[in-house]
Write a protein that binds this ligand. Structure first.
Ligand SMILES: Cc1ncc(CN)c(N)n1
Length: 221
């Protein structure tokens, strides 16, 4: 399957993220509170845009099941994923709403968000954007499974954050994979190269997003 190939190619990037300081800090339960604050400030805005981009894709669809699926995903991103954010706010020991106040599209998240929007506006078929969006659930699921495979997180204050992504992504990934594979079966090699590139670039964006948070990267303008 086409998405199996993409996921195989993404494995070294995910492995690198796993060994980067942000995830190390999650595993050790001692990541700096400033890194988590920065992550939350960036991520709540990222997720808002993610939901809005799903809504742009609805306009490209005819199949009712696909539309229903995206509506559910919008609900999950807007109302469900905040649970993972609350775990991090508890770790910081501050009120979530106060933490996210004043957040921005910091440089790496800005680049990532615009990568998704570009595909939503440039291409008629939703698959191009889906490939740019799929690493969002996929990379977190893979990281969470890897962490749980190698570490016992009992007593770790960020355990619930890891658990959240280890269990909640299967159905979503199945749907996204079927979607992209269906399109890949009938499209040109040239389009498949764009899909591949979109997926892998977003995996790199995921890495840069964590690094941005770890170093509290800002625009400084
Ligand atoms: C940047 C980013 N990527 C992925 C996820 C997990 N949905 C997230 N919350 N934020």
């Amino acid at each position: 399957m086409f998405t199996d190939e993409l996921q195989q190619e993404a494995a070294p990037i995910i492995d690198a993220i796993y060994h980067d300081p942000f995830i190390k800090g999650i595993i050790n339960g001692d990541i700096s509170k400033d890194a988590i604050r920065h992550y939350l400030k960036a991520d709540h805005l990222y997720l808002n845009e993610f939901a809005k981009i799903y809504s742009l894709l609805i306009a490209k669809l005819d199949d009712k099941e696909d539309i229903r699926f995206l509506l559910e995903q919008i609900d999950f991103v807007v109302n469900g994923e905040v649970t993972a954010h609350y775990t991090m706010a508890d770790y910081v020991g501050e009120d979530y709403v106060s933490i996210i106040e004043g957040g921005e599209w910091y440089p790496a998240s800005d680049h990532y968000i615009k990568h998704m929007y570009y595909n939503a506006f440039k291409y008629d078929d939703a698959s191009f954007t889906i490939c740019a969006m799929a690493p969002c659930p996929y990379v977190y699921q893979q990281l969470a499974l890897k962490i749980k495979e190698n570490h016992d997180l009992i007593g770790n204050p960020l355990k619930d954050w890891v658990d959240f992504y280890a269990v909640n992504m299967d159905e979503l990934m199945g749907h996204l994979n079927r979607w992209v594979n269906r399109f890949a079966e009938t499209t040109t090699e040239q389009n498949k190269a764009i899909l591949r590139r979109n997926f892998l670039e977003s995996c790199v964006h995921e890495r840069r997003f964590f690094a941005m948070s770890y170093h509290q990267e800002k625009w400084n303008v």
